[in-house]
Design a protein around this ligand. Structure first.
Ligand code: XBP
Ligand code: MG
Length: 255
C-alpha cells in the first residue's frame, strides 16, 4: 500500500470561503473603479464560478451575460488591467483580516506540519492572493509551511485541467498515490482525479453544495473541530467527528 506523503490543498472555498464576500466584491470594486456599470450579484457569481480563473471568468461573463458591451480593441489587455485592479482590491481586503480560514483548517495544517507530512497548494487563483490569505488569515510564516505553492498562470490550462496538480507533484517528485487532495468544487475534483489522485476529500460550501462529487471518496460539510463536528455527505469516517491526520490516513489507505 502506498504511504501517505503529502496533502495538496485547493485555496478558494477550501482553505477559506473567499468567493462570495471576497473575490466577488473585489471584482465589483474593480468594475466600479473602471467606470463600468457591471455588478456581479451573489447568484450571478454562482454561475460565473463555472469558469475558474478571474481573467477567464471576466471573458466568460462578456461572452455569456453581457454581449452588448462594446469591446475595446485590445480586449485581453483591458481584461488584464481590470483583473490586476481586482487583485489589488482583494489582497487589501485580506490584509484587513476580512476572510477567516474555514473550520479545522489551521488545526489540520499544524498537525500535518508537526507530523512531517508534506504540504502543497494547487489553485487557479493569483499567487499574490494565496500569499495574502496565508499571511493575514493563517499566520505570518504560514507560507513556509508549504513546500510548493502552485497557483494562477503557472500553467496555462486551469482547473478542471489536471495541469496545476501535475505541476505541484512534479515539483515535489511525488506520485499521485502518495497524495491526498482537499477540494471544494467539481472542477477541483476533476482536476485532481485527472492528475491521478485517488484520495480526494471535499468540504462543500454554499456555492458548491449541488456539484457532482462522484469522483471524491469523502464529502463533508467542513473539516470540523472537536466542539463543532462535521456532517458526512458521502464516505466512511468510523467514529470520527472532525478531520485529523488519523482520519486522513485511514481514508488514504482505503481509497
Ligand atoms: C478559484 C478560482 C479563482 C478565484 C479568482 O478556483 O476560480 O478564479 O475565484 O482568482 P479553485 P483570480 O478554488 O478551484 O482554484 O481572480 O486570482 O484568478
Ligand atoms: Mg476551490
Amino acid at each position: 500500500m502506498a504511504e501517505l506523503s503529502a496533502l495538496i490543498f485547493d485555496v478558494d472555498g477550501t482553505l477559506a470561503d473567499t468567493e462570495r464576500d471576497g473575490h466577488r466584491v473585489a471584482f465589483n470594486r474593480a468594475f466600479a473603479d473602471a467606470g463600468l456599470d457591471w455588478e456581479w450579484s451573489v447568484p450571478l457569481y454562482g454561475e460565473l464560478l463555472a469558469v475558474t480563473g478571474g481573467k477567464e471568468r471576466i471573458r466568460f461573463y462578456l461572452d455569456r451575460f453581457n454581449q452588448q458591451f462594446q469591446r475595446p480593441e485590445d480586449l485581453e489587455g483591458f481584461i488584464a488591467e481590470l483583473h490586476s485592479s481586482k487583485t489589488a482590491h482583494y489582497t487589501r481586503m485580506l490584509a484587513e483580516g476580512l476572510i477567516p480560514m474555514r473550520s479545522g483548517v489551521r488545526r489540520l495544517l499544524r498537525e500535518a506540519v508537526d507530523a512531517g507530512i508534506r504540504l502543497a497548494i494547487a489553485t487557479t487563483t493569483t499567487p499574490a492572493n494565496v500569499s495574502a490569505l496565508l499571511e493575514h488569515s493563517l499566520a505570518a510564516d504560514a507560507k513556509h509551511w508549504f513546500e510548493v505553492i502552485a497557483a494562477g498562470d503557472i500553467v496555462p490550462a486551469k482547473k478542471p485541467a489536471p495541469d496545476i496538480y501535475t505541476w505541484a507533484m512534479q515539483q515535489m517528485a511525488l506520485k499521485p498515490e502518495h497524495c491526498v487532495a482537499l477540494e471544494d468544487s467539481e472542477n477541483g475534483v476533476i482536476a485532481a482525479r485527472e492528475a491521478g489522485i485517488h484520495s480526494i476529500l471535499v468540504t462543500i460550501n454554499d456555492y458548491t453544495a449541488d456539484h457532482d462529487f462522484n469522483g471524491a471518496g469523502l464529502v463533508l460539510d467542513q473539516l470540523g473541530e472537536p466542539d463543532a463536528p462535521f456532517q458526512v455527505i458521502r464516505g466512511e469516517v468510523g467514529d470520527k467527528r472532525y478531520v485529523d491526520l488519523d482520519l486522513i490516513r485511514a481514508f488514504h489507505a482505503g481509497s
